[in-house]
Structures are given as C-alpha cells and as structure tokens.
Design a protein around this ligand. Structure first.
Ligand SMILES: NC(=O)c1ccc[n+]([C@@H]2O[C@H](COP(=O)([O-])OP(=O)(O)OC[C@H]3O[C@@H](n4cnc5c(N)ncnc54)[C@H](OP(=O)(O)O)[C@@H]3O)[C@@H](O)[C@H]2O)c1
Length: 398
C-alpha cells in the first residue's frame, strides 16, 4: 500500500539545506506571481498590510499591470531567500518552478500560502509532512472552491466529523460549456464561446478532461477522510465526448448535466470516488452553479448535510481565500493545516446507475455501474442497438 509520496527529482528536499526558524521573528510578505490571482492579492495587501508587503516577483517585470508597485523582482528565489520575508505567497501555478519555490520556502521554515491545486493535489501530503519537520506552515484555502472557505471548514469546524460524502461541482469552465450546450450549442461551439469569453484556457484539457476537478476532489477527500490523498489515483471522465443530444435526453427527464466530483464512503466502509459528467435533478443543489460558481456538499454522521456555494474562481474571489490564509499566518492563529500520515487514501471508482442512449431511445441500468466499466457496459447494451452515449445519473435522481 503506497504511503506519503516521495519527491524524486534532483531538487528534492534532501538537497536543500533547511534553516528552519531563521525568519520566524520577521513578518514580511513576499508574493510570487502577479497574474489573475496574484494581482488581486497584491491590491488587497497594499490596502490592508502595505507595510508588510516586501517584494513581488514576476516573470516579466516590465509588463504593465494594474498594481501600484514600482519594483517588481524577476528572481522569485531571491524573494524566498529574503530574510525579511516570513510569509511566501505562491501564485505562479503548476508543478515546475512553483514547486521548487514552495520546497525552498518550506526548507527555510517559512509560512507558505498557495493557490496551487496542481501542486497540493499531487504532493500536498508530502509537503505538509515536510513543513511539519522544518517548522514551516502550509496553507492552501484558495486551491479549492475559490472564495468558499471549505478547506478551513473541513480542517477546523468539521475536523472531528465522521464524513460519509464530500464533493460537488468544482469546475467553472465545464459549467459554462454544459450550460451553452443546454442552450442549443454543440460541444465545439460551446467550448469556442467559453474560450472567447475567457471561461476556458486556449488549452482547455485541464478543465474539460476533469484534471482540475480531480485535483480539488483529492484535496477535499484528504481533508474529509483525514488521509494523505493525491489526484492521479482518482477515476476520471471528462465532458468532451458529450453531445447536445445527451443534454436534451437529460432535459426530457428534468435533469441537467454537470461535471460532478464526488467521494463517498460506502456501507462497507470503502471510499468510492470519481469525476464524471452526471445527470442531476434540476432542483438539486448540484444543478445550480453557473459559470464560475461552485457548490460543495459535506455529509457527516453528526453535522448532517452542509452545502457551501459561491464563486470558485476569478482573481478577487480566490484572493479572498489567499489573504485569509495570510492573516492566519500573521496571527499564527493555527500552526498549519494538518499533515496526515499513514497509507494514502485509496478509492474505488464511483458507481451509479447510468443512462444508456441509443439512436432511437434510452434505458437506465437497473444496477449501479463503476466509472471504469462504462465502456464494457456500453458493449453489453450494444446488442440492443447502436449505443450513442452512456452517462452516470447522480444517485438522488436514479
Ligand atoms: N485564476 C483563477 O481563477 C484561479 C482560481 C483558483 C486557483 N488558481 C490558482 O492560482 C495560481 C495562479 O493562477 P493565475 O490564474 O493567477 O495565473 P496567471 O494569471 O497565469 O499568473 C501567473 C503569474 O506567475 C508569474 N510567473 C510565471 N512564471 C514565473 C517565474 N518563473 N518567476 C516569477 N513569476 C512567474 C507570471 O508572471 P508574468 O505576469 O510576468 O507573466 C504571472 O504573474 C495557479 O496555481 C492556479 O491554479 C487560480
């Protein structure tokens, strides 16, 4: 059984000298990245803590930006190493240089705040354990759900809850594309419109193939089930094979299509998890988010059903979560987010009944089908005719 993932590149923590504690007396803040999120963070901090913001590093210091700052740095490592910087905010993204910088900051015992879901969902458990060793802290409220304070809820108010379900609708790009398809566009037209309006990247695969939602679900599931959790392990299906006929087939039954990301404990105690387009009843909370909105639901033995909704992306909503983490670091209100140990969270693919759609009709399977067996199920139903699609139905509709 795998345990906390290890770093295996030359820049591994083993090659970084740790200087935990040297910066503890300082309160300065260094910001790495000043794009969509970073520029909103900078504007907020220049109002709330102008005396503490010491440095901002970007790739191109000469690029015009709507931030009242004269002296952008081009070397983010210098910012991390600055003895006056105790809190390092990482808003660069990805698992390249951002990962190196976070490792370096942790090795130096600094407080790290990041919005980087890619990094936290793949190496977060290990980074949290490393931080616990160096005296650093690691906070990542902004990595899931934008302005929705779900990381703090799961690690704080719900820290002792017996959670049976966590997940929801966590990706704004797919909300936009599926809504445009519900309005009559086909997938290609809907994606092109999302790209034109800035709802989708020029390379949309992280969103439409479900990687972004998988990262967020891995982080949520780790916190909810209190185990190291990483996203590559999760069963995942994207939305790119959906057609307007699929959307219409759902609409006839009062269902909307959403990219659902869900982890739940079964009656036998196993965790089932996955990311998949799914039919949701139109009046269900999971059917409501539009555009950048997210909805996250937590079901627990004691707390019952808690539903959180709000803006899950965008500069200002995401900066709201980043700045809250910075303030927590400044206050040293909590030492850090928990670093869970032990075996990684292992889940089997989410199961649900599915709608099998043929050229001239459709059928709902009588039994739940695991996400990784949809193709095989389509072949079984193929004896009845040409199967056009096979799409999970969220259990509260089936
Ligand atoms: N955008 C959202 O709505 C959102 C929501 C939740 C979480 N996040 C997460 O927030 C993070 C940042 O996303 P974003 O949308 O703000 O990205 P972005 O707009 O692309 O900004 C990235 C910033 O990083 C800087 N940068 C890139 N390479 C660098 C380097 N080698 N050295 C120094 N600076 C470098 C860029 O500098 P230049 O400006 O000079 O190019 C830019 O300022 C990502 O982890 C993302 O997943 C974003």
């Amino acid at each position: 059984m795998p345990t906390i993932p290890r770093l295996d590149r030359p820049s591994d923590a083993s090659s970084i000298s740790t200087t935990a504690g040297t910066a503890v007396r300082e309160r300065g803040i260094g910001l790495l990245g000043c794009g969509t999120v970073g520029s909103s963070v900078a504007r907020r901090l220049l109002v709330s803590h102008p005396e503490l913001l010491r440095a901002i590093a970007v790739r191109d210091p000469h690029k015009p930006r709507a931030v009242a700052w004269d002296d952008f740095e081009s070397d983010p490592f210098e910012v991390v190493d600055d003895p006056a910087v105790r809190i390092v905010i990482e808003c660069i993204g990805g698992v390249g240089i951002a990962r190196e910088l976070v490792l370096r900051a942790i090795a130096r015992g600094k407080d790290v705040v990041t919005a980087n879901k890619d990094l936290i969902a793949t190496e977060g458990p290990w980074l949290a354990a490393f931080a616990a060793r160096t005296g650093a802290t690691l906070r990542y409220e902004a990595a899931v759900g934008g302005a929705i304070p779900i990381v703090r809820a799961l690690s704080g108010a719900l820290a002792n809850e017996d959670v049976s379900e966590v997940g929801g609708v966590l990706n704004g790009t797919t909300n936009f594309v599926l809504d445009a398809m519900a309005g009559g566009a086909d997938y290609g037209e809907a994606l092109a419109e999302a790209q034109r309006l800035g709802f989708a990247e020029s390379d949309p695969r992280a969103d439409v193939d479900g990687h972004d939602a998988a990262h967020k679900l891995a982080i949520l599931a780790g916190l909810a089930f209190r185990r190291p959790s990483v996203s590559p392990q999760l069963a995942r299906r994207g939305i790119s094979s959906l057609s307007s006929d699929d959307v219409a087939a759902g609409a006839e039954r009062g269902w909307r299509l959403k990219l659902l990301a869900m982890a739940q404990r079964t009656a036998s105690g196993q965790i089932e998890a996955g990311i998949t387009p799914a039919f949701i009843p139109e009046d269900h909370p999971f059917a409501q988010p539009r555009g950048a909105e997210n909805v996250v639901r937590v079901v627990g033995r004691n707390c019952g059903t808690l539903t959180f909704s709000g803006l899950g992306a965008g500069g200002d909503p995401t900066a709201s979560a980043v700045v809250a983490d910075v303030i927590a670091a400044l206050d040293a209100r909590t030492t850090s987010l928990p670093a869970y140990t032990g075996a990684d969270l292992v889940s089997s693919p989410l199961r649900s009944r599915v709608l099998v759609r043929f050229r001239g009709g459709s059928v709902v399977t009588p039994e739940p089908v695991p996400l990784d067996e949809l193709e095989a199920t389509a072949r079984v139903y193929g004896v009845h005719g040409d199967v056009r699609s096979i799409i999970p139905i969220w259990s509260e509709a089936a």
